[in-house]
Ligand binder design. Structure first.
Ligand code: ADP
Ligand code: MG
Length: 234
């Protein structure tokens, strides 16, 4: 079956109805309805303070104040990645990836996830021995090992330099193509949103002000002529 046919028939991974969130009487999210189809890569743009993180936290089920004001349906297995890796500094990289997992093949899956993000051989490293990009790779491995149906990422590359960010774009898009979770990537970087996502939402004054589908052919970074021949060496 062609991917687009699957998307049309699949039930949405996330269904949000009437989500309102206020802080101290100030409305940040104003009666938001949103569907994220299963397996879709969506980016959420908006200026600083527009409520992107608030919306992501609500979808992640991390915001108990919104419960009751709206209705949320989300998958069982949700992974969240933040701007900082949130690795525990006193645990080795593999142990960070395995945190909260169990089962006899957990360690093997952890090693596989680390290999997938390009950290083979770094299993026993300490978090403070990793570069910023490597730490985010480890954070992605930690999210992958849970086999999430929904991956939420809040400006995961915001603290990285431009070249590392491009490498991470390549990696994230490849991981998505291999595992096909629904992705909601929060970013304030317009290029990042267009390069990575198939759909771009813009949060503005508490509402989804714009909902764009990015049509193929697509200017994805890893297919970009400027990158193509250099990609292997990046
Ligand atoms: P973004 O991620 O788009 O930069 P946020 O979702 O972090 O924006 O914040 C949206 C608005 O809500 C901001 O004005 C912020 O100050 C406010 N806000 C977010 N979380 C809290 C909180 N826990 N308490 C009070 N105000 C908050
Ligand atoms: Mg934010």
């Amino acid at each position: 079956m062609a991917p687009h046919t699957q998307q049309l028939t699949a039930a949405p991974a996330v269904q949000l109805r009437g989500l309102t969130r206020s802080f101290d009487g100030r409305t940040v999210l104003d009666d938001i309805d949103l569907d994220l189809p299963a397996g879709q890569f969506t980016a959420l743009l908006g200026h600083s303070g527009s409520g992107k993180s608030t919306l992501l936290r609500a979808i992640a089920g991390l915001d108990h104040e919104v419960v009751g004001s709206g209705r949320l349906t989300a998958p069982e297995r949700v992974s969240v990645v933040f701007q900082d890796s949130r690795l525990l500094p006193w645990r080795r990289v593999l142990d960070n990836v395995l945190l909260g997992t169990n089962g006899k093949d957990a360690a093997e899956k952890g090693r596989e996830a680390l290999a997938e993000v390009g950290l083979k051989g770094r299993e026993r490293a300490w978090p403070n021995e990793l570069s910023g990009g490597e730490a985010q790779r480890a954070a992605l491995a930690r999210s992958l090992v849970r086999e999430p149906e929904l991956l939420l990422a809040d400006e995961p590359f915001g603290a990285l330099d431009a070249l590392t960010r491009i490498r991470m774009h390549v990696l994230l898009r490849e991981l998505w193509e291999r595992h096909r979770p629904s992705v909601l990537l929060v970013t304030h970087d317009v290029d990042e949103a267009i390069v990575l996502a198939d759909r771009v939402l813009v949060l503005d004054r508490g509402r989804i002000g714009l909902d764009l589908t990015i049509e193929a052919p697509h200017p994805r970074s890893y297919r970009h002529p400027l990158l193509g021949e250099y990609r292997e060496r990046l």
